[in-house]
Write a protein that binds this ligand. Structure first.
Ligand SMILES: *[C@@H]1O[C@H](CO)[C@@H](O)[C@H](O)[C@H]1NC(C)=O
Ligand SMILES: *[C@@H]1O[C@H](CO)[C@@H](O)[C@H](O)[C@H]1NC(C)=O
Ligand SMILES: *[C@@H]1O[C@H](CO)[C@@H](O)[C@H](O)[C@H]1NC(C)=O
Length: 259
């Protein structure tokens, strides 16, 4: 009996430890280390683990993690409700440059990883130029939101993420987004400021599908991985940061060469 109680207590500790920010970010860091070394043996994977790259399931050994990459930029966010994280990384050197967005999901609030879900763009993909993207993103301010009164709600972040993806099908979506006056949009390596300029206002009848969310209220950000169905079937990542209730940054990573 004592042993059972102790086991349950340790399970509870584990689930608390991993659904908190630090646990999720530490797990994201193990992914970053695996990517830098090309060695996945230290990842804590669930027996039901799956790997997806550009919306296609494949073996871990057949994906990006099988090769070491020198990373010029790495930034992670955490979703303590979904028990998931999002990591963006950029590699400009080596054989092939990459800009990557990866969501990591944990099953049953354990530290074990059940899904690594990656959108990866490289040479030939939409507006791809890793050095240019790096230049823009390095200059951004990703310090945590200082003013706790202005931490956006989960609902707002989710709404902004959805409205962004709905712009191609819903003519009203673009104007429902609270654009900041100094908002910067980096689509691949294409830079637009302010963000609220030249946006789509409907036109397609196909909503963007397969949406997967990582919502981080502390950073004020949402990342949505999806299939860009409105204008094709492209694997896509949209990350949006909201500061003081207004959109400050938008990043998109769009793969065209799904291979
Ligand atoms: C991967 O890492 C493990 C644990 O550190 C180590 O034992 C193994 O030799 C490494 N594999 C390769 C191919 O470097
Ligand atoms: C998660 O919970 C489900 C339902 O209880 C169970 O079937 C599954 O094996 C669990 N997975 C892990 C990794 O514990
Ligand atoms: C937090 O405060 C610092 C120092 O005043 C400022 O530089 C930074 O932009 C603030 N960050 C956010 C996200 O508000």
């Amino acid at each position: 009996m004592m042993k059972l109680v102790a086991t349950i207590a340790s399970l509870l500790t584990l689930s608390q430890a991993t659904s908190n920010r630090e646990g999720l970010l530490a797990s994201a860091q193990t992914y970053v280390t695996a990517q830098k070394t090309g060695n996945t043996s230290t990842l804590k994977l669930s027996p039901s683990f799956r790997y997806q790259q550009n919306n296609k399931e494949r073996a871990l050994s057949a994906g990006l993690l099988a090769t070491p990459y020198a990373l010029d930029l790495v930034r992670s966010t955490a979703d303590t409700v979904a028990c998931a994280s999002y990591t963006m990384w950029i590699s400009t050197s080596g054989g092939k440059p990459y800009v990557v967005g990866t969501q990591i999901r944990h099953e049953n609030n354990t530290e074990t990883i059940s899904l690594i879900d990656t959108i990866a763009a490289t040479t030939g993909d939409l507006f791809f130029d890793a050095k240019k993207t790096l230049g823009y993103i390095q200059k951004e301010d990703w310090t945590p939101i200082n003013n706790t009164a202005s931490i956006p709600s989960r609902e707002l972040l989710r709404k902004v993420g959805d409205a962004y993806l709905d712009m191609w099908t819903d003519p009203k979506a673009a104007d429902s987004i609270p654009w900041g006056t100094e908002c910067e949009r980096v689509e691949g390596s294409r830079y637009t400021s302010p963000c609220g300029k030249s946006l789509p206002r409907g036109g397609s009848s196909k909503p963007n599908g397969m949406r997967r969310y990582v919502i981080d209220e502390v950073q004020g950000s949402v990342d949505v991985l999806c299939q860009f169905d409105s204008l094709g079937t492209m694997p896509d990542s949209y990350e949006i940061r909201v500061i003081d209730g207004k959109v400050k940054y938008v990043h998109t990573i769009t793969a065209l060469n799904v291979g």
